[in-house]
Design a protein around this ligand. Sequence first.
Ligand code: PEP
Ligand code: MN
Length: 286
Amino acid sequence: MGNRNPYQLVSREWQPEDTHFVVNGVVIGKDLMMIAGPCAVENREQIFTISEYLSKFNIKFLRGGAYKPRTSPYSFQGLKTEGLQLLREAADKYNMAVVSEILGTEKIEELCDYADILQVGTRNMQNYPLLKALGKIEKPILLKRGMMSTIEEWLLAAEYIMSSGNEKIILCERGIRTFENATRNTLDISAVPLVKLLSHLPVILDPSQGTGMRELVTPVSSAAIAAGADGLIVEVHNQPDEALSDGDQSLYLDQFRDLLPLLRKQANFRNKRFDYDGVYALSPLK
Ligand code: PEP
Ligand code: MN
């Protein structure tokens, strides 16, 4: 069948089989990938407390912004290099991989020194020089959907990375702007199965930026897995009420703990491995 779409390399027509790659023992695109941690790294005690807690459940990916793209220049901008160093130290101690945001081409080298997966945020999805430069590195890229982007624009952004040479891309639906203002964004759950039809790339979902409300994170996470997502990126904080960014959408530690058995059931249903507490969700998969 000919390719009806403007993107090629990322399309199912180009590659019918799902893309898989391994980071920290997790087969991304096949197993359930759980990325958790605070919106931003704030201090040593915060990131070590959170990562220690996550590691008790065998969570393999630690998120945390060190360079934060804030709407206001007066908001906390992140700890920058110090934040990356703290993340790396905590992740190494607890056997986790680091996921952190890249804001511009000039920081790629530094991010590559500390992070295992580089996150391109919603505000940068159409930063084409950045996408091209990320196509030249070896590390996987977590590409968030632009808050005002169509699915076609999002897949074309992935095409920029892939056509520059990097095939390790994880797509992340994180909500788009609509007239609705009861939630921070309008999370497009249907994007998950649609993008899985159109592309072979792994697709995960961010229920935290997607809703802006911690009360919605559990049900929406569950919906994402039911819809076929390959994983989640969830904001978790030891003191959400004191958080320097995105406290309202950050789960308390015990809320995160309680989410896990629910996700395991759904991972089971989707035939996806989720060994969150060290025991495989399923009897060994082939
Ligand atoms: C974040 O993950 O904290 C973040 C800023 O994400 P997004 O780019 O989706 O807003
Ligand atoms: Mn955030």
